[in-house]
Design a binder for this molecule. Structure first.
Ligand code: DGL
Length: 282
């Protein structure tokens, strides 16, 4: 398969949460075109078994390949934590997950050497973040807590400053993390949905820990890693000079496996309207 800088980048996620990664990519890589696939008919992946997540991830990656992408970004942390080794082995394009970039940014940020990770049940159970952190810094201490209520809260839009529910739930989960790791100084937001909870998490962390806690957004870390990898491979697209071609519709094509609520919820993650949606069956 001949890869070329002008081909689009493929991004997939279990649902619309991966649009936080698309948002970061649109900023970080202004010349690139993106094809997004949200497997909205089968979301969530975070409560499923590894075998199922691998099967779904394969389906999603094959769809993106059929659209002629030059690189596949596994925006979903659950799919990255579970299926990335299989995809790396099977796919003919470069593949990038969320775990490695998040771990890289966390190790660079920590001073105390104690890092917290929050994510879905499947991500935390996989131990993928703990392994990636230890591979970079063997003496690191990792505390990890699954936060299954965060995904539905964010999808419901209950994360604004005036929402006490998000605050209460965050206090419960981060309280557990604080008991495990009072000296933690870095917290990896290991799920596509958590960047939207950033303000709530920062507020609760500031109440629990007496010292500053750095929140690592794996979506932003992933966009930076994608740029570095494209540069390394000579696949970065030349800067688009014509501003008329920078409209969202020229840069992003969005596929989903079920359309229900996607336009409403998706806009929250992307930070603007999604425009047109195309529905596909995997
Ligand atoms: N996209 C998933 C993740 O980042 C969250 C939603 C789900 O459970 O599928 O882990």
């Amino acid at each position: 398969m001949k890869l070329h800088p002008d081909l689009p980048i493929g991004v997939f996620d279990s649902g619309v949460g991966g649009l936080t990664v698309v948002r970061a990519l649109l900023e970080e890589l202004p010349a690139e075109q993106l094809i997004y696939l949200g497997d909205t008919a089968r979301v969530p992946y975070g409560t499923r078994s590894p075998q199922t997540v691998i099967r779904y991830s394969r389906n999603a990656a094959r769809f993106l390949l059929s659209r002629g992408v030059k690189m596949i970004l596994v925006a979903c942390n659950t799919a990255s934590a579970t299926a990335l080794p299989v995809l790396l082995q099977e796919l003919p394009t470069p593949v990038l997950g969320a775990v490695e970039p998040g771990a890289h940014a966390a190790v660079a940020a920590t001073r105390s050497g104690t890092i917290g990770v929050i994510g879905t049940l499947a991500t935390i159970r996989s131990g993928a973040y703990a392994a990636a952190l230890a591979a970079r810094r063997p003496d690191v201490k990792v505390a990890a807590v699954a936060c299954p209520l965060f995904v539905p809260l964010v999808e419901e839009g209950w994360f604004g400053d005036e929402e006490p529910v998000a605050d209460l739930v965050a206090r419960r989960y981060l309280g557990e993390l604080h008991r495990q790791a009072p000296d933690l100084d870095t917290l990896v937001l290991g799920c596509t949905h958590y960047p939207l909870l950033r303000r709530v998490l920062a507020r609760v962390a500031a109440d629990l820990w007496p010292h500053p806690v750095c929140l690592v957004d794996s979506a932003e870390a992933m966009a930076r890693a994608a740029r570095a990898e494209l540069e390394r491979l000579g696949l970065l697209r030349a800067v688009q000079k014509d501003p008329g071609r920078r409209r969202l519709v020229d840069r992003l094509r969005c596929f989903v496996t079920d359309e229900a609520r996607v336009l409403d919820i998706g806009a929250r993650f992307l930070g603007r309207d999604l425009g047109a949606l195309e529905t596909v069956d995997l």
